[in-house]
Design a protein around this ligand. Structure first.
Ligand code: 5AD
Ligand code: SF4
Length: 471
């Protein structure tokens, strides 16, 4: 198959590194002064991964990092467009920066990410948020140094938000936020066009990184001692369809699993229609692949699933779960659900509750439908009052809380090998840890164990987390 994906040439990425050096030269700092940058990230792990690349470029431009806006000479806000609430938070925070810009007119304010790819947002920023200097969409993130360079030399506002299918750029420097957990994008974009979702419009078409580039990145992370590696994509199960030598996500998982080292492999997000028996068998066979699957089902009613353009039925979903559990009985399962999709009646919503009772997920991410401009669902009749949607939402979370609490209680008395991944903010516990299924555990034990896989005896639980002590 002819590769349809545009790959940015190494020479073009190298040119961006030259722009980094040019930016460093343009900024006439006092000797010994290190300019600081602030990168503020909203939304999903893909955005976190993008921000790590923005930081990589900024470091090459000579910047250090701060979380204090007053100290920052450049502020980059990496935004999320998935729901209106996320957008409102960004507008609130960007609006508040107008005062900062008055105090520090030379501070560059940049807005990027999924919101920046939406025409109505660009118009609003252009007209009403005149203190924002640069707006750029996800497709041109790889040109960030060139954009900063133009801003500094031309001193006029810039808007770079081309609507394109998207490309792949390798070799962008990375500054990772964590020393234990790392994100590795395996593909970008989405072709599914679920009728409520803005992602395909802002992130472009599905395109896969080459397995060689992915394996090299994971190998390096393993050598650096990373212990929890998450393979990222909007729809990882579509991986490989656009490669010269077609391979699928299960093949990739197998190859990542073969990389030497003591690390766990996770991945997200999977679409039920593309989650195959081969994937489940590969998960069961590969010892590094964590026994956990995030498999969004969104709604339990077939009519709603159809209008959502999900291309799977409730029975097909349940059959996949059954097949997976037959291979990995103790698999941790999580899902995404939307309540209050246009036209969903309360009876139809109750089918969602039935799926919860049947599957008994370990945890859920639950959302009230939010109309996104440009998506088909935003145009659909939506007669249910918000009050009723909220009531349904509360029924859903109450049911899941009870299930989570019961499932967590079943851990008490067991000893589980966990990755100690952080210091606890709760005074009674020293550390936080994650079970292989990614459940949070608060642990009593010596903080010097941070970063290790250790046996933890589970002594307590509530609906959010487990409690335990180092064995
Ligand atoms: N309204 C509410 N939730 C949404 N999601 C995506 N689009 C919307 C929307 N318009 C949810 C879905 C998806 C998750 C990442 O966000 O459940 O799986
Ligand atoms: Fe959005 Fe559906 Fe694609 Fe997920 S699969 S990113 S919900 S369109």
């Amino acid at each position: 198959m002819e590769r349809t994906t545009t790959v940015i040439s190494p020479a073009d990425v190298d040119k961006q590194l030259e722009y980094c050096r040019a930016v460093a030269g343009l900024m006439a700092w006092q000797p010994g002064e290190r300019p600081l940058a602030l990168v503020d990230t909203y939304g999903c792990q893909q955005n976190e991964a993008d921000s790590e690349r923005l930081r990589g470029y900024l470091e090459q431009m000579g910047f250090g990092f701060t979380s204090d806006e007053e100290q920052a000479r450049i502020i980059v806000i990496n935004t999320c467009a998935i729901r209106e609430h996320a957008e409102q938070r960004v507008f609130g925070n960007v609006g508040a920066l107008v005062h900062l810009k008055r105090r520090h007119p030379d501070t560059l304010i940049c807005l990027c990410g999924c919101m920046a790819q939406q025409p109505h947002v660009v118009k609003k920023i252009r007209d009403s948020y005149r203190h924002v200097d640069l707006v750029f969409g996800p497709h041109v993130l790889w040109k960030f140094p060139e954009m900063v360079h133009s801003l500094l030399t031309r001193r006029s506002r810039m808007f770079l938000t081309p609507d394109e299918p998207g490309s792949i750029a390798e070799g962008i420097p990375v500054v990772r936020q964590d020393k234990i957990r790392a994100w590795v994008s395996v593909m970008y974009g989405c072709n599914n066009f679920c009728s409520y979702c803005v992602v395909p419009y802002v992130r472009g078409r599905e395109r896969s990184r080459s397995p060689e580039d992915i394996l090299a990145e994971v190998r390096q992370l393993a050598e650096e001692g990373y212990q929890d590696i998450t393979l990222l994509g909007q729809n990882v199960n579509s991986y490989g369809k656009d490669l010269d030598e077609p391979m699928d996500f299960a093949d990739l998982l197998e190859q990542v699993n073969a990389i030497p080292g003591d690390f766990l492999i996770r991945f997200m997000t999977s679409h039920p229609k593309d989650a195959t028996q081969k994937l489940f068998e590969t998960m069961a066979r590969c010892e590094k692949v964590a026994p956990v699957l995030h498999l969004p089902f969104q709604a339990g009613n077939d009519r709603i699933l159809k209008v959502m353009n999900r291309r799977h039925t409730r029975a097909e979903y349940l059959e996949k779960i059954r097949a997976l559990r037959a291979l990995i009985p103790d698999i941790t399962l999580t899902s995404d659900i939307i309540v209050g999709f246009p036209g969903e009646t309360t009876e139809e919503f109750e089918d969602t509750l039935r799926v919860l009772e049947e599957v008994r997920f370990d945890a859920l991410f639950t959302f009230i439908f939010s109309p996104r401009p440009g998506t088909p669902a935003a145009e659909m009749d939506d007669p249910m009052p918000r009050e009723e949607k909220l009531q349904n939402f509360n029924r859903l979370t109450a049911l899941q809380d009870a299930i989570s609490e019961e499932k967590h209680a079943a851990y008490i008395g067991k000893t589980v090998r966990c990755l100690l991944d952080g210091l606890s903010d709760d005074q009674r516990y020293d550390l936080t840890a994650r079970t292989p299924g990614n459940r949070l555990v608060r642990v009593v034990g010596d903080p010097s164990a941070l970063g290790q896989f250790r046996d933890v005896k589970i002594t307590g639980a509530n609906k959010w987390s487990l409690f335990g002590e180092l064995v």
